[in-house]
Design a protein. Structure first.
Length: 373
């Protein structure tokens, strides 16, 4: 199979779909890998390292025109979507639920589009979303601590405090992969931490691990509101796989939060969990609503791109190999978990949550797989 790796063009996105080590694995299995020249320069993977791994270095246009399978990191931007064609497969993060323009373009392209974030495993987890959720969760506390500094619009609070001074108060909405990683960082800094979730099992697991170093709360609307009104830093870490994030934080709640407090909405890829959230970039990461600093960068792990690329490749490489070795149709038919990642197939939408969010008709996975050659 001919596998293409374009350079990411989203604002301040430096990750790359395949590392030289991943390329070497694919080439060793007899596949051809086309890498756009300069794709990994920003994180220390220069053209020479890709060439040594067996890749062919080509221009962006050739990556898209000559590849059967395109492996990326972020959702294709408008100009990239115009380069996709029928018979081609795209394997990347898509996050279609809050993005009707991208969805329309992918449907019109005729390509097969498999989303990292809806691939599952036998335990019902999201193995290709997990590594970036781990990165984003840890970064959320790091970014939030920075935003709390007075020079960045915050209250001037040090999360860990100092002797004789209270620690900062951190509220984490959601105890999944993002939330548990944010929690680890917040506890490590010595902050006072509350974590809210609707799963008693999740809260029990976190309580077993951290004991009285944290406070766990069942996530009723009342509990969320009460926690927000006392928080220095709020981390939105909620996820409904494939669907738009629920709006747990209303504009009225934000208006009542302490002036200079910070909201880091990690759920922004799926539309955000606050009514006041809208996507920002690493070039201009924050804005202020009613005195509350909002950090809503839609590709947070892009800031630590080398670490994030390596973590992502560890998870995605087995699936890329399966698609290349078996062919896309056979790989999807033989692995239900990979098939769950199929969001768009030859002009049809195949994800129920995305269809519900955008009001679009959905073809069943079975029908989509049956239609594949």
């Amino acid at each position: 199979m001919r596998i293409g790796v374009p350079r990411e063009i989203k604002n301040h996105e430096y990750r790359v779909g395949l590392t030289p080590a991943s390329v070497q694995e694919l080439v060793g299995h007899g596949h051809v890998v086309l890498v756009e020249s300069g794709a990994g320069d920003a994180i220390g993977y220069d053209d020479a390292s890709y060439r040594q791994a067996g890749a062919q270095l080509v221009a962006c246009e050739q990556v898209f025109s000559d590849s059967d399978l395109i492996v990326k990191v972020k959702e294709p931007q408008a100009e990239e979507r115009q380069r996709l064609r029928p018979g081609q497969t795209l394997f990347t993060y898509l996050h279609l639920a809050p993005d009707p323009a991208q969805t329309r373009d992918l449907l019109a392209s005729g390509a097969t589009c498999i989303a990292y974030e809806t691939v599952t495993d036998a335990a019902g987890r999201l193995p290709l979303l997990a590594p970036m959720s781990e990165v984003a969760g840890r970064m959320a506390i790091q970014a939030g601590a920075c935003c709390l500094e007075k020079a960045h619009g915050g209250r001037g609070v040090l999360l860990g405090g100092v002797p004789g001074v209270p620690q900062g108060r951190v509220v984490i909405l959601g105890g999944g992969v993002v939330g548990s990683n944010a929690l680890a960082m917040a506890v490590g800094l010595g902050a006072q931490v509350q974590v809210l979730d609707k799963s008693a099992d999740v809260l029990r697991r976190l309580d077993d691990r951290y004991g009285n170093r944290i406070q766990t709360l069942y996530a009723t609307n009342s509990a969320i509101e009460e926690a927000l009104l006392q928080a220095d830093l709020v981390v939105g870490a909620v996820l409904v796989p494939g669907a738009a994030a629920p709006k747990l934080i209303t504009a009225e709640m934000v208006a009542r939060m302490p002036s200079g407090s910070v909201l880091v909405d990690v759920a922004i890829d799926q539309g955000g969990c606050a009514e006041t959230s809208h996507a920002t970039t690493h070039a201009d990461p924050t804005y202020i609503v009613d005195g509350v600093v909002h950090y809503c960068v839609a590709n947070m792990p892009g800031a630590v791109a080398r670490t994030a690329t390596q973590a992502l490749n560890n998870a995605t490489l087995p699936f890329v190999l399966a698609l290349a070795e078996q062919g896309v149709a056979a790989a999807l038919r033989s692995n239900q978990h990979l098939a769950n990642g199929l969001n768009v197939s030859r002009g049809a939408l195949c994800n129920r949550e995305v269809g519900a969010a955008l009001g679009l008709p959905v073809q069943s996975l079975q029908e989509a797989l049956s239609a594949m050659a």
